[in-house]
Design a protein around this ligand. Sequence first.
Ligand code: HEM
Length: 466
Amino acid sequence: MLEYAIFVVTFVLALLIAFIYFYPGSIKPPSIPGLQPTTKKDGNLTDISRAGSLHEFLIDLHKTFGNIVSFWMGQKFVVSTASPELFKEHQGVFDRPPELFNFFEPLDGPKCIQYANGSDGRNRRAIYDKALSHDAIRKYYQSFQEVADEIANKWLTLTNEEHVPLGMYMSDFALKAVLITLFGKNIKDDKNISEFRRKYYICWTEMEKRLVESPDSTREKDFEDALNSLKKQIIKMMTDREKNRPNNGEEILIDIILEKIEDEEMQLSDSITFITGGFDTTANLLTWAFYFLASHQDVQQKLYEEIQSVLGKEDVDHTNIGELVYLRQVQDETLRCAVVAPWAARFQDCDAQLGGHNIPKNTPVIHALGVVLQDEKIWPLPNKFDPDRFSPENTRKRPALAFSPFGFAGKRICPGYRFSYAEASVCMVTLLKKFKVHMVEGQKVIPLYGLVTRPADEIWITISKR
Ligand code: HEM
């Protein structure tokens, strides 16, 4: 009888140990509501893939389980937060969890600023932030204007009926703007710009796909070829700048990278990050902004009237941008409604508390920025494009962190946010002064939510001269 009892106890214990081993969900901190892993290897990756994207998965998860939820990315237990109050509790956290971003490592390399934590990350941010400070941005307006004028001149040659590929124009604008102002490279040849953009998209879409599935050999090869070609172009840009740096005291981002960072691999990685992080985000902000303006003629007209009354024939620059209040409302509502960058993340190397729950050390905590931007309790009818949500009066009624499209935590919010507003303002003002934009009828515009949100297909507009 005793042997039988020992056998039963041992058997039950063995079962328990096997269960704990094979199902990491069973050892998760019990107090955080959320999903058990569907499989041991992939956790909830299949659920994420089924939802379409991490952002859409998080929308459903938070709707079901509340503002703080948990799930499994592969074998990693992950927490996600989605309220201004929870964001506030995490406002001081700097370090970014490598697990959630290292699928991008083949693109920007393991030494890039995105994965730099602790004092290394803080020091590099302090160095680079100088190139994107309030003062630094002032000197970029002239270059933004030149690139925006190039588009305006091209649009002047088009007829009213011609279909214009909006995303392509906005990507070319944003890529040229970053290369000229931060890398001192004025690429006049549009073929080179299109080629750079094409290679970049091969790399980027491959990286986003790898979040949920491994590549086959053809995809692997296409990615490697595109990446090598991109790297070659960027290295050439860096060596050209090193050899031909103007001796007028001008110091732009690339000069700072070359001067202050000794490790060549790190120089390349950070250059890739600033180019890719800098152009695709603003390109999509602009694409979505013109899309909303083309499909809301009343908003476009109101914005045009503001531009006329504030600027008349003047260009926008650092002295008058603050007066274009409605322009900023349109940009902010675009960032909110299109959810241009849906999420950020942090982790702590010690046990911590969040929303009254224990968060074990090294647990990645997602900041579900996009879920909050579409929370109907904060933004009634969240899918409606309505720039008046950002009137000073309405803004005062909301908690500050309800609108955090550039992140909010640990003095590590997007370093390019001022750059982006300035660049987008110059482009929008220049084109809207000269043209009305209209949608080509019959398009179904579907957002693809990756690390950046883009339209699934090109958006086609027509333009008419004012
Ligand atoms: C619409 C425009 C943009 C949006 C919505 C956006 C959004 C973001 C977000 C959400 C983050 C993560 C912040 C966090 O972890 O808390 C980020 C990081 C970053 N962004 Fe942006 N961004 C934009 C434009 C730019 C531009 C124009 C640049 C460069 C010129 C840039 C460079 C970067 C870099 C380098 C990082 C990583 C910084 C670090 O690791 O410390 N971004 N951005």
